[in-house]
Design a protein around this ligand. Structure first.
Ligand SMILES: Nc1ncnc2c1ncn2[C@@H]1O[C@H](COP(=O)(O)OP(=O)(O)OP(=O)(O)O)[C@@H](O)[C@H]1O
Ligand SMILES: [Mg+2]
Length: 222
């Protein structure tokens, strides 16, 4: 049975589609069977993905019913189901958290942005309570303007939110250009080198997260 990973955050423009497309392409290059679920009505990631990797057919699912009904079948068929969530705290965002094993929450680069991710984390916690465990959640600081390492402040904020913080991505023109050129940063030659190194490390890191075990009610009750 495949893993379902969702990039979600009701906040727009934080890097959900950028990360989802790069992850889907990386998995395909590694020979994994992967499908990208484009849950955004604007369908930007499916259009982008078709330019980069036509062999990975995106699936567009735009209602909670479609998500809840079709993702279980997709996870039987593929090793990885990568969901690109929509902006806005819609029912589709909630549905993604009901089917995902892992929720990656890209967010802005400051401690303030991280704190504002509270809404996103709150919805994750609701899903975790109802599902008695999953999805595990990881914050991904994006568009960092500081040096390579995350600031202590960011890490402490993450810790206070009770959620792991991934190493993140810097604000680099190459990410924006990749979408415009219908490619991924590691296929951009010299122009993409710095971004390629960084996002490949990040994707490695993200793939090391294992889905949480579902705690059966009988076990949870002792
Ligand atoms: N690390 C980065 N450096 C520079 N530009 C970036 C970076 N990450 C994303 N971008 C750019 O920021 C914009 C928003 O990114 P993206 O579309 O991935 O966000 P999103 O969360 O999917 O947005 P939406 O909620 O609208 O779907 C895009 O133009 C993208 O190219
Ligand atoms: Mg998007």
């Amino acid at each position: 049975m495949g893993k379902v990973v969702a990039f979600t955050n009701p906040k727009g423009g934080v890097g959900k589609s950028t990360l989802a497309v790069h992850l889907a392409v990386k998995l395909k290059e590694r020979g994994e069977s992967v499908v990208l679920v484009d849950a955004d009505v604007q369908s930007s990631s499916s259009t982008w993905l078709l330019d980069v990797e036509p062999e990975v057919s995106p699936v567009r699912l735009h209602t909670p019913d479609e998500m809840l009904e079709q993702i279980p079948a997709l996870r039987e068929e593929f090793s990885y189901v990568v969901i690109d969530g929509p902006a806005g705290l819609s029912e589709v965002t909630r549905a993604a958290l009901f089917v995902a094993d892992i929720a990656f929450l890209p967010c802005g680069p400051s401690a303030l942005d991280l704190r504002a991710a509270n809404d996103a984390i709150r919805v994750v916690r609701q899903a975790q309570t109802i599902r008695k465990g999953p999805p595990i959640a990881v914050l991904i600081p994006n568009k960092l303007q500081t040096r390579y390492r995350l600031s202590r402040e960011l890490l402490e904020t993450g810790r206070s939110l009770g959620i792991p913080v991934a190493s993140g991505l810097r604000l680099l023109q190459a990410y924006a250009d990749a979408a415009g050129q219908g490619t991924v940063v590691w296929r951009m030659g010299q122009e993409g080198t710095t971004a390629a190194r960084e996002i490949e490390d990040l994707l490695e890191e993200l793939l090391r997260y294992e889905p949480a075990e579902i705690i059966e009610p009988s076990v949870a009750n002792g």
